[in-house]
Design a protein around this ligand. Sequence first.
Ligand code: NI
Length: 184
Amino acid sequence: MGFMDDIRITGDPVLEAVCEPVERIDDDIRELADSMLATMYEADGCGLAAPQVGVLKRLVVIDVDWGHGDKNPFVLINPQIVEASEETRPYGEGCLSFPGVTVEIERPRHVVVQATDLNGDLLQYDAADSLLAVCLQHEIDHLDGRTLLDHLGPMGRMRVKQQVRKAIAEGAKPGDVSSPSERG
Ligand code: NI
């Protein structure tokens, strides 16, 4: 079946909403995490946030090893950035909600993130100068209603919106990017 049909595309107001914390890890949350991982793998992405499948909960899935042969899924519930470096670096980012585009975004090069996993354990992720460092920040942005567009000025936003419209008109699907990069 096609989970990818569930992915919300930029312009959908659900992508601009602030998500609610997950209060209890129950079967609904476990099923949501499972279906989000299936959707992410089907779309060949390295990260997916719950609002991207229309659910306004603070839950993201990430797998930055996918594509290198091994699956190493992370499920982050109520993730929080507890440390971010002042030093930034640019990275060409894709997003499953922005088919066909890659956007260079400048973000802190080092972050420390705390999140609960599906067992209810609090885990810490420490990442610098890596796809994981970028992906953590990109996915947590989604939980606060922020997308790639919020990192751009008016001209950049217009350009990216046009690129997405054109790519979709040409048949681009979530996970398609204009150049090699990660996809979240
Ligand atoms: Ni994204």
